[in-house]
Design a protein around this ligand. Structure first.
Ligand code: 5GP
Ligand code: 5GP
Ligand code: 5GP
Length: 208
């Protein structure tokens, strides 16, 4: 080929609300570095196609190598904390994300660039501040889907997709926020396609 084939169309940049990861039936475990801040954390930066499908595990010959991102470890611990059980230092989570998703954009972003890009996007997208500015607080109250989306659009400039999950009592709650990003992972864009999944009409925003 004369030029590298376009291996994906855009990224989803996905952040998770720790309160909604932890108050489920499955529960959670804090990282070995301690309880994360009550703030959105990175889940991943996921290459995606415009038709809604996505590539995964693209290069088994380029597995996660923690020594390549040792300078980013403390920033990753704060901004990309792991909440799965058993407690870990984050390496397992970051490794999973690199191997499953990061290898699918490796022609554009080497490992260090990939994690650096995600951290930079996190700094540009302060979701908690966006929501609080609109009076949407993580204190167990319920909000409409449109008020949550509107608050994020007003602050970030782009319409997000909201993913809900269910707490241990069965309430629908704000779990993950998807923003779309260009293929160089430098700027947010309007989403070419949204993922699927339903939220109830009243969406809880639990504390953490
Ligand atoms: P779930 O099935 O829980 O929604 O997603 C499980 C995992 O599949 C996600 O954490 C992510 O790794 C991947 N995934 C789910 N939906 C999408 C999507 O729309 N695009 C991409 N790139 N990955 C996704
Ligand atoms: P994905 O859904 O991205 O394909 O997979 C997420 C994987 O990372 C799962 O194996 C999950 O157990 C692990 N993991 C570790 N920490 C976290 C976390 O804080 N949030 C989520 N969603 N998954 C985590
Ligand atoms: P509309 O595009 O007319 O706003 O919404 C069409 C359908 O998609 C409605 O059922 C609406 O609840 C759902 N929807 C719109 N935006 C989101 C979102 O960000 N997250 C989820 N889970 N559903 C959405």
């Amino acid at each position: 080929l004369l030029c590298a084939a376009q291996d994906f169309d855009f990224f989803y940049f996905v952040q998770q609300w720790p309160g909604s990861y932890c108050d489920t039936e499955k529960s959670c475990c804090y990282p070995t570095s301690g309880k994360p801040d009550a703030d959105f954390g990175i889940h991943g930066l996921w290459p995606n196609y415009n038709d809604g499908s996505y590539p995964s595990n693209c290069d088994p010959n380029n597995p996660f190598n923690p020594s390549q991102i040792s300078d980013l470890t403390s920033s990753l611990q704060s901004n990309w904390p792991t909440l799965a059980c058993p407690s870990g230092d984050g390496i397992t989570f970051w490794s999973h994300e690199w191997n499953k998703h990061g290898t699918c954009s490796e022609s554009l972003l080497k490992q260090h660039d990939y994690f650096e890009a995600a951290l930079s996007l996190r700094q540009k997208a302060n979701l908690l501040q966006a929501l609080k500015t609109a009076g949407i607080e993580p204190s167990g109250g319920s909000y409409s889907l449109s008020s949550i989306k509107g608050a994020i659009k007003d602050a970030i400039g782009y319409t997000p997709f909201i993913e809900c999950n269910v707490d241990s009592s069965g309430n629908s709650q704000l779990y993950q926020v998807y923003l779309c990003v260009n293929t160089s992972a430098s700027d947010f864009i309007e989403c070419p396609v949204f993922p699927g999944g339903k939220c109830g009409s009243d969406i809880q925003f639990p504390s953490f």
